[in-house]
Ligand binder design. Structure first.
Ligand SMILES: *Cc1c(COP(=O)(O)O)cnc(C)c1O
Length: 397
C-alpha cells in the first residue's frame, strides 16, 4: 500500500493491499513468517522489546508479522482501530469475555446465536459468575427490558443462523450505550464486504475466519476488531497470556481469502437469491428464509444496513424430520456438513445437528422446525445446485 496518508482507498482495494510492507527480498505476495521467536541485536534491545518500550516482534504467541498483516487488513475493512487474530471464532468470543467481563457481570444476547457461543455463555461463563439473558433478536423492547445494572455486554448475530432474522444494529447500539453497555456483533455471516457494524455504532466485531474470510473451507481462525484500548490492550493481553494464537500459515490463507472476499460475497449473494426465488416456487416448500426476498420481515435492511442478502438461506418442507432427511439424502453433489462460507455448497438439518443439543422446547422457541433445511450456497453453477435439490424435492412431492 503506498505510504501516503492523503490517499484513501475503497474496501476492495484495502482487502488486497493493506498491511504488507515488503521485506528486502521484494516479495510480491505476503510472506509466511514461520518463526516462533525473534532475535534481538543485544540484551538492551531484548529488554526494551519485552517491556513494550520498543515496538517490534518478540514471540509468535503475540507478535507474528504474517498474522499482523491479517490483523491490519481486517481492521481496515471493518473500520476499526485494532484487530486481534485468534485460533478460532470461539477463542475470539472467549477472549472478548475474558478481557471485558468479571465475576458478577451480565450479558444480554439474542436467542439465535451460534450454538457453541450459547454453550460458552450458559455452561462455562456461569461457572465464573457471569450470567446472561437471551432475548428475541428483533424485539427491541425485550433487549432494553433485559438490561440490569450489572449488564456489560449486548451480543448479537445478524442475520441469524439458520432463519436469517435481522436486527437494526444502530438501534441496538443506541440501547446499549444508553445503559453504559458495549455492543458486540458477530459479523460472520455478512463479513465486512456486506456489513460494517462498527460504522453503525457497535463497539466490537467478532469473526469466525473459518467461514467466509477463508472462503474455501481450509483453516480455523477468528478475530476481534474494535478500538485501541479494548482490543489493542485488554483483549490483546488475554491473547498474549492465554495463547489461542492464529498460526502464520492460517493467517496467510485468510489473507488470500480477504483478497477475493468482495467478489465472492457478491457471487454468494446473487446465487442465494436465485435459489431462494426458485425454492419459493416449489410446491413442497412451505417457507423460505432469505434476507433478499421481499417476503422477509426485515427485507428493508438489505441495501441499507447490509449491502446484499449473503450466502445463507433456509427453507421448510412439509412433514418434519423424515422429509427433510429425504431431501438431504437425495442430493448427489451438495456436501452434508455443518460448515458454511465455502465455495462448495453445504446442506444441513439444523434440528438434529447445529441445534441438536437444544431441548425440543428450546428449538420451538428458536423457531427451528423439524422440517427446516439450511443451505450455505456455494459458487458451483446455480443450475447444478438446483438440480441436486430437485432430486429430493421430487421424492417428497
Ligand atoms: C462458526 C461460527 C462461530 C465459531 O467459529 P469457529 O471458527 O468454528 O470457532 C461463531 N459464530 C458464528 C456465527 C459461526 O458461524
Amino acid at each position: 500500500m503506498p505510504n501516503d496518508s492523503s490517499l484513501t482507498y475503497a474496501p476492495a482495494t484495502l482487502a488486497i493491499r493493506t498491511g504488507h510492507n515488503r521485506s528486502p527480498e521484494g516479495e510480491h505476495s505476503e510472506p509466511i513468517f514461520a518463526s516462533s521467536s525473534y532475535v534481538f541485536k543485544n540484551a538492551a534491545e531484548a529488554a526494551a522489546r519485552f517491556s513494550g518500550e520498543q515496538p517490534g516482534n518478540v514471540y509468535s504467541r503475540f507478535t507474528n508479522p504474517t498474522v499482523q498483516i491479517f490483523e491490519q487488513r481486517l481492521a481496515a475493512l471493518e473500520g476499526g482501530e485494532a484487530c486481534i487474530a485468534t485460533a478460532s471464532g470461539m477463542s475470539a468470543i472467549l477472549a472478548v469475555c475474558l478481557g471485558l467481563l468479571q465475576h458478577g457481570a451480565h450479558i444480554v444476547a439474542s436467542q439465535a446465536i451460534f450454538g457453541t457461543t450459547n454453550i460458552l455463555f450458559n455452561k462455562y461463563l456461569t461457572r465464573f459468575g457471569i450470567t446472561n439473558t437471551q432475548v428475541n433478536l428483533s424485539d427491541y423492547t425485550a433487549w432494553e427490558a433485559a438490561i440490569k445494572p450489572e449488564t456489560r455486554l449486548l451480543f448479537l448475530e445478524t442475520p441469524s443462523n439458520p432463519l436469517t432474522e435481522m436486527v437494526d444494529i444502530k438501534r441496538i447500539a443506541t440501547i446499549a450505550h444508553a445503559h453504559n453497555c458495549l455492543l458486540v456483533v458477530d459479523n460472520c455471516f455478512c463479513t465486512p464486504a456486506l456489513q460494517r457494524p462498527l460504522t453503525l455504532g457497535a463497539d466490537l466485531v467478532v469473526h469466525s475466519a473459518t467461514k467466509y474470510l477463508d472462503g474455501q473451507g481450509r483453516c480455523m481462525g477468528g478475530a476481534v476488531v474494535g478500538d485501541k484500548r479494548r482490543v489493542g490492550e485488554e483483549i490483546y493481553g488475554v491473547l498474549r497470556t492465554t495463547g489461542p494464537t492464529m498460526s502464520p500459515f492460517n493467517a496467510w490463507v485468510f489473507l488470500k481469502g480477504l483478497e477475493t472476499l468482495n467478489i465472492r460475497m457478491q457471487a454468494h449473494s446473487s446465487q442465494a437469491l436465485t435459489l431462494a426465488h426458485w425454492l419459493e416456487q416449489q410446491s413442497v416448500v412451505q417457507q423460505v428464509f432469505y434476507p433478499g426476498l421481499e417476503s422477509h420481515p426485515q427485507h428493508y435492511l438489505v441495501g441499507t444496513q447490509q449491502q446484499d442478502g449473503g450466502g445463507i438461506l433456509s427453507f421448510k418442507v412439509k412433514g418434519g424430520q423424515g422429509t427433510a432427511w429425504t431431501v438431504i439424502d437425495a442430493t448427489k453433489m451438495l456436501s452434508i456438513t455443518a460448515n458454511l462460507g465455502d465455495v462448495k455448497t453445504t446442506i444441513t438439518h439444523p434440528a438434529t445437528t447445529t441445534h441438536g443439543r437444544l431441548t425440543p422446547q428450546e428449538r420451538a422457541v428458536a423457531g427451528i422446525d423439524e422440517g427446516l433445511i439450511r443451505i450455505a450456497v456455494g459458487l458451483e453453477a446455480i443450475q447444478d445446485i438446483q438440480r441436486d435439490l430437485e432430486y429430493g424435492l421430487k421424492q417428497i412431492s
